[in-house]
Design a protein around this ligand. Structure first.
Ligand SMILES: Nc1nc2c(ncn2[C@@H]2O[C@H](COP(=O)(O)OP(=O)(O)OP(=O)(O)O)[C@@H](O)[C@H]2O)c(=O)[nH]1
Ligand SMILES: [Mg+2]
Ligand SMILES: [Zn+2]
Length: 334
């Protein structure tokens, strides 16, 4: 029988089949040995007795953070205040999701805390609607402006992601008064949430199927080569055609060299700032791997046509001759 994982707690996998029957299963040892990880959203095959997951079905998509699979859309949730809206952080999520080929939309929560809401809305919409992102302004706590969002998420498997404290669990509680996920105040001093949600979980009600996830912030582009970062910024890449050098990384602040620099007046400041920041992380990554490959080179030695690993003196086995000489020497001393 096939089912979908909707929650994982310690070693227990909570799954639901298409008739909504629930089973609590463990993983078959072979899956662990083959290092096949099962995450929330995965479709799996169960054993006859329904006690074990025996295999994972093909995935439509998957992400490492949050650990989810097979989602139709990621709703990136931010708050206008508490914590303060951070466009670089929003760009980080969007770039990461683009890299992973995941559809996404933006939800800006806590609109009740913004005095100049209309101006703020226009500013943010101007940046992201150009990039074809759907964008919703809501107040989850006060259940304001939820209708468009409801229409958009109906019938899709949606996952929520965003910093701790932006109101992901509050949004789920507002969409369905019958559920009461734990929520927590944002610290006034640090403007940070308390990492209240600890696990991913699919919550299903009516036509909605939404995955609550723990908030996270320490996402870095320290896994990508620098020249790939521009692909994550369509709105900036647009102007890259006339750079003087084909390998331009678009971080040269000199007119006539980089066509992105020459067109900065047409690019949103926070988008370009984010590009430079992520590029820097990728440059550090490139430096790290080049250092690592030099180190690896110095650890290797040529043996005929082959390259072998140099073994440090301490680890090298003592040859039989040396051993014999040592014994001789010891005997002579006596
Ligand atoms: N003023 C206001 N506060 C809100 C709104 N939505 C949520 N909050 C408050 O923000 C705080 C954090 O909300 P949570 O729902 O716990 O945030 P979360 O994103 O689930 O956080 P983690 O589980 O830690 O990732 C709570 O005190 C909520 O009451 C809103 O629309 N307006
Ligand atoms: Mg939460
Ligand atoms: Zn350039």
């Amino acid at each position: 029988m096939q089912a979908q994982v909707y929650k994982i707690h310690s070693d227990f996998y909570y799954v639901k089949n298409f008739k909504h029957d629930v089973f609590v299963c463990k993983l078959r040892e072979i899956l662990k040995k083959q290092k096949i990880d099962i995450v929330v959203g995965d479709f799996v095959e169960l054993s006859e007795d329904r006690n074990f997951i025996v295999s994972r079905l093909e995935r439509k998509n998957s992400l490492l953070r949050p650990k989810v699979a097979n989602i139709d859309c990621m709703l990136v949730v931010c708050s206008i205040r508490e914590p303060e809206l951070d466009l670089v952080q929003l760009n980080r999520y969007l770039a990461y999701l683009k890299y992973n080929n995941i559809n996404c939309a933006i939800c800006i929560n806590k609109e009740d805390l913004e005095e100049n809401l209309d101006t703020k809305k226009q500013e943010i919409k101007a940046i992201y609607e150009k990039l074809n992102y759907k964008i919703f302004f809501i107040s989850a706590k006060n259940k304001l402006d939820l209708d468009d969002l409801k229409d958009f998420i109906k019938g899709k498997l949606i996952a929520l992601c965003g910093l701790s404290g932006v109101g992901k669990s509050t949004l789920l509680n507002s969409l369905n008064p019958d559920i009461s996920l734990r929520t927590n105040k944002v610290s006034l001093k640090t403007q940070r949430g308390c990492h209240t949600t600890r696990h991913c979980e699919i919550i299903e009600f009516g036509e909605f199927k939404i995955m609550d996830t723990p908030g996270f912030s320490n996402l870095k582009f320290d896994f990508l080569l620098p020249e790939k970062i521009i692909d994550l910024f369509e709105d900036i890449k647009l102007y890259s055609g006339k750079c003087k050098y084909a390998n331009c990384l678009h971080n040269v602040c000199q007119e006539g060299i980089c066509s992105i620099f020459d067109n900065l007046d047409k690019i949103d400041k926070s988008r370009y700032e984010s590009y430079l920041l992520f590029l820097n992380e990728a440059l550090q990554y490139r430096e790290l791997i080049s250092k690592r490959s030099i180190k690896e080179e110095s650890l290797n030695k040529k043996i005929g046509n082959r390259t072998g690993l140099k073994i440090s003196k301490r680890k090298r086995a003592v040859s039989r001759n040396t051993e014999k000489q040592k014994i001789k020497g010891e005997n002579n001393e006596n």
